[in-house]
Design a binder for this molecule. Structure first.
Ligand code: UDP
Ligand code: MG
Length: 136
């Protein structure tokens, strides 16, 4: 049975700032992801707060939202068989120090906050996050 899914990916400000956008997109494509939609935008802090609402009680919430809105980001809809889990695997652990060799965060992440990419953590959240950025 095939299980083609879509997931939301964000290339975060630290990576866009270092001009890693094309390199990271190539990694997704080389790993079988199709980029269905993409746009480069900069969001307001209030939008970042909405996007990361699940983390609103966490101590890092304010800094996280300030960071995500601090510069241009690239948001993409990625499609692949089991895209949500496959993207999480390709991204690696939240803290680049813990990320496995060959993952995007291992390769490009600077720190736990500047970890270069976001990826949806479930099919349900992927739908919500895709709508957040691409429903008009
Ligand atoms: N984050 C942080 N400090 C922490 C944990 C997370 O700054 O102690 C940031 C980090 O950028 C992470 C984001 O908050 O990517 C969302 O956290 P989550 O636990 O959802 O990690 P992810 O799903 O991105 O791996
Ligand atoms: Mg998460």
């Amino acid at each position: 049975m095939s299980n083609v899914e879509q997931t939301l990916s964000i290339i975060k400000p630290d990576a866009v700032e270092r001009n890693l956008e094309n390199e990271i997109k190539e990694i997704f494509k080389n790993n079988g992801f199709i980029i269905l939609e993409e746009k480069k935008i900069q969001i307001e802090k209030l939008e970042a707060e909405k996007f990361y609402k699940v983390h609103e009680t966490k101590p890092f919430y304010n800094d996280l939202c300030a960071y995500l809105s601090s510069g241009p980001i690239v948001v993409m809809v990625l499609e692949k068989e089991n895209a949500v889990l496959e993207n999480r695997k390709l991204m690696g652990a939240t803290n680049p120090k813990d990320a496995e060799e060959g993952t995007i965060r291992k390769k490009y992440g600077i720190s736990i906050d500047k970890n270069s990419v976001h990826g949806s953590d479930s099919v349900e959240n992927a739908r919500i996050e895709i709508d957040f950025f691409f429903k008009d």
